[in-house]
Design a protein around this ligand. Structure first.
Ligand SMILES: NC(=O)CCC(=O)C(=O)O
Length: 307
C-alpha cells in the first residue's frame, strides 16, 4: 500500500527523458531543480569536443535546465595514451569555455572531467561553474580505475594519473550536491559521507565500458540512491563503437526511491530531470534509516577488526 502510494507520488512528480530538441515544461516549484545530462559524442579533436559541449549546454539551457552536466573526459578520448596529450592546467582552454558558457547562458555547469596537468602530475578533474562565471568546485577523481577482468577489460589509470584526496560538495539554492567521477561511484563510503554532510543529490560523470556497464552501471547508481535516499545522476559519453574505449552510455537519473526517472540509450542525447527536494524529505520520512543506524554496534565491531 505504502509502496503503491509512493509510486503514485513518484509518477506525479516524475521527470522525463528528452532527446535533442525536446520541448520541456517550464512550470516548476521552487524546491525543484531541473538538471540536464549531456551524453555527447567525444572524438579525437579537442576543439570540436569543446565546441560541441558548448553547443549542447546552450541547447539544455534553452530547455530550462538550471544545472547542466557533461561526461567524464568530455574534451578527450578516454584512455591513458590520450591523457598526457590532452591534459591542460586549470584554468585552461577547455575549462575557460565552460566558464564562458555558464556565464553566457546563466546556468550552473558541471564540467564532466578533463585530464588536468598540475606540475608534473596528471589528474582526472571535474570543475563546476556558476552563472557568474565563477568556479564553485573542483573534484579530482579519488579512486583510480585499475581493473583486470580477463576476457573483458584491463585498464590502469594509475599508469599516468594521480588520485585526488578530497571530497567535493557545492551548494545551489535547492540543495547540496556531492561529486564523484566514474569509478568513485563504486565506493559506498564516499556517497555515505556526502549524505552525512547534507547532500541530497550525487552526480557522477563517468564512462563505464561494454563489460562493466551492462553489469554494474545502473545497479551501482540505484544502490547509491537507495542507500542514501538521494537523487543520483550519471553522465556518460555517447557510444562510439569504433573508438579505442567503447562507452556504455545510458546516462540516467535515479530517484531516492531507487527508480530510474530519466534515461537514454547509447546515442548522443540530453537527459532532463526535475529533482524534487520535497520528495527526498518524503522518502526519508517514510523509511527513516538515517535515524535507525546501529552505530553503537558498527563502531564496536570496527574497533575489534582494527585490533
Ligand atoms: N572511467 C572509469 O572510471 C570507468 C569505471 C568502470 O568502468 C567501472 O566498471 O567501474
Amino acid at each position: 500500500m505504502l509502496h503503491r502510494l509512493a509510486s503514485l507520488l513518484f509518477e506525479l512528480s516524475k521527470s522525463y527523458c528528452g532527446v535533442l530538441g525536446h520541448e520541456v515544461n517550464s512550470k516548476m516549484a521552487a524546491s525543484t531543480l531541473r538538471i540536464a545530462l549531456i551524453q555527447m559524442r567525444v572524438g579525437e579533436v579537442k576543439a570540436e569536443n569543446v565546441a560541441r559541449a558548448v553547443q549542447l549546454i546552450k541547447e539544455a539551457a534553452g530547455g530550462g535546465a538550471q544545472l547542466i552536466a557533461l561526461p567524464e573526459c568530455f574534451n578527450s578520448p578516454y584512455g591513458t595514451s590520450f591523457f598526457p596529450k590532452y591534459a591542460e592546467e586549470i584554468p585552461g582552454e577547455s575549462t575557460d569555455a565552460l566558464r564562458d558558457a555558464a556565464k553566457k547562458f546563466g546556468v550552473f555547469v558541471l564540467g564532466g572531467s578533463v585530464p588536468e596537468r598540475s606540475g608534473d602530475q596528471l589528474f582526472n578533474t571535474c570543475t563546476v561553474w556558476g552563472p557568474q562565471g565563477n568556479m564553485i568546485a573542483k573534484h579530482r577523481k579519488m579512486h583510480l580505475f585499475d581493473i583486470n577482468v580477463p576476457g573483458g577489460i584491463v585498464f590502469r589509470e594509475s599508469d599516468c594519473l594521480s588520485p585526488g584526496n578530497g571530497l567535493t560538495i557545492f551548494e545551489l539554492p535547492h540543495c547540496k550536491i556531492g561529486v564523484g567521477i566514474c569509478y568513485d561511484m563504486r565506493f559506498a563510503e564516499l556517497a555515505q559521507l556526502y549524505t552525512n554532510l547534507g547532500c541530497k543529490v550525487l552526480l557522477y560523470p563517468g564512462a563505464f565500458n561494454m563489460t562493466t556497464g551492462p553489469a554494474h552501471w545502473n545497479l551501482l547508481q540505484r544502490c547509491r540512491a537507495v542507500d542514501n535516499q538521494v537523487y543520483v545522476g550519471t553522465i556518460s559519453p555517447a557510444r562510439d563503437p569504433n573508438g579505442s574505449y567503447v562507452a556504455w552510455g545510458h546516462s540516467s537519473v535515479v530517484s531516492p526511491w531507487g527508480e530510474v526517472v530519466s534515461t537514454c540509450e547509447d546515442e548522443e542525447a540530453i537527459v532532463y530531470a526535475d529533482l524534487d527536494m520535497d520528495y527526498v524529505e518524503k522518502v526519508r520520512r517514510m523509511i527513516p534509516v538515517h535515524n535507525q543506524k546501529r552505530k553503537d554496534i558498527y563502531e564496536v565491531i570496527s574497533k575489534q577488526l582494527k585490533n
